[in-house]
Design a protein around this ligand. Structure first.
Ligand SMILES: Nc1nc2c(ncn2[C@@H]2O[C@H](COP(=O)(O)OP(=O)(O)OP(=O)(O)O)[C@@H](O)[C@H]2O)c(=O)[nH]1
Ligand SMILES: [Mg+2]
Ligand SMILES: [Zn+2]
Length: 359
């Protein structure tokens, strides 16, 4: 296995220089156990643990290796065992707020190129949930693709696809049936050798089924139980990176029942809600709170129906959640975020003024 088949490129190579000088070797994290990792390296599979120094110098859990990471390891002589000395900088990082009260950042996967946001066209289908996943995806740095699975269970999959396209702000949307479709041609553009694909979505939407189709084997466990019982059952219990026969690297993840935003910054919210950002720039007052002020563009769009109330509510909810997560993380951050939003707002206004003057 060459490193490039595992997703290695110029970016990681550049950051590895000091480590190769120290005689370390690169490897990619495929699976995370409680205290050990399974890695893929040019020499094959390895089992590894973090060195005491790495554990000691980590400030947060997120400084430790996660699935998708490139790490610098030293092999133990004569064994398929290695010690992880360092984690390379991440090109992309998909995080969420940990479930429960701790509320810390939890890394779902790193160095993902394309993230498939999987929704099933059954009772799971929900535009608001898709918006939420999109916001996280834009923040991660990976390219989002919305996958509407179980098209066999929907009377009008093409209609659903058009509906999702209208809220997806340019992200590609595909409808398919992982269980039935003979080929998964719809996904061909993203099945590129050496590229990393992660699948995210609620439990039971068919992520593992889809990956098994990509692998051409029933390697991953799938089950109808979680879909039927609905509560607390996840068929997939850990994240895992697998090399598919097509050469694409896929990361399966357990379904998320509680998808809490972690640190979604305004630009990501803004990519998800480009229509709303454009509207707010048109309000008469630059500090418009959109609560009945005269000349409020949001209000008039809601009145005429060009902006759906549900979508506006969804945006407000995500904004509140984002502010909450930011406060928990760092009280100063919220001020910075507010300032960023004002700056973006000013930029949009300036652009609009220029367009106005041109007319
Ligand atoms: N009708 C139909 N059923 C499907 C389709 N794809 C998957 N399923 C079924 O949905 C159920 C759940 O599929 P999984 O692949 O285990 O779902 P998952 O997203 O991996 O779930 P977790 O691992 O719990 O997060 C299984 O019974 C699958 O057979 C599809 O296209 N159509
Ligand atoms: Mg699964
Ligand atoms: Zn307004």
């Amino acid at each position: 296995m060459s490193l490039s088949t595992l997703g290695w490129d110029e970016f990681f190579s550049r950051h590895f220089d000091p480590h190769s000088a120290a005689g370390l070797m690169p490897a990619r994290v495929a699976l995370e156990h409680k205290h050990a990792y399974e890695l893929l390296a040019a020499t094959g599979e390895l089992t590894a643990v973090c060195t005491g120094k790495l554990l000691y110098t980590a400030i947060a859990r997120t400084d430790l290796p996660a699935v998708g990471d490139w790490v610098a390891v030293r092999l133990r002589p004569g064994e398929q065992q290695a010690d992880i000395h360092a984690v390379l900088p991440r090109r992309t990082k998909f995080s969420r707020r940990a479930a429960g009260d701790s509320g810390g950042e939890q890394i779902v996967a790193t160095n993902v190129d394309t993230v498939l946001l999987v929704t099933a066209l059954d009772q799971n289908y929900n535009l608001r949930r898709i918006e939420r996943y999109l916001a996280l995806a834009w923040e991660s740095g990976a390219q989002p693709v919305v996958v509407l699975n179980k098209s066999d269970l929907h009377v009008d999959p093409a209609g659903a696809r058009a509906e999702v396209e209208s809220i997806a702000s340019g992200a590609p949307v595909v409808a398919l049936s992982a269980a039935r479709d003979e080929s998964l041609e719809a996904l061909a553009p993203w099945l590129v050798p050496g590229r990393t694909l992660a699948l995210l979505g609620s439990s039971g939407v068919g992520k593992s089924t889809l990956i098994n189709r990509l692998l051409g084997t029933d390697r991953l466990l799938t089950s109808a139980i979680s879909a039927a019982v609905g509560k607390g059952r996840h068929t997939t219990t850990h994240r895992e990176l697998i090399v598919a026969p097509s050469g694409v690297l896929v990361i399966d993840t357990p379904g998320m029942r509680e998808l809490q935003l972690w640190d979604v910054h305004e630009p990501a919210l803004d990519s998800t809600f480009a229509d709303i950002a454009a509207l707010t720039a048109r309000c008469r007052f630059s500090d418009c709170a959109h609560r009945g002020e005269p000349g409020c563009a949001i209000q008039s769009a809601l009145d005429t129906g060009t902006l759906y109330f549900d979508r506006w509510q969804s945006f407000q909810k995500l904004q509140r959640e984002q502010a909450y997560a930011a406060r928990k993380a760092d009280p100063r951050l919220e001020r910075v975020l507010k300032a960023n939003w004002r700056k973006l707002h000013r930029q949009m206004r300036a652009t609009q003024r220029m367009e106005h003057e041109k007319e």
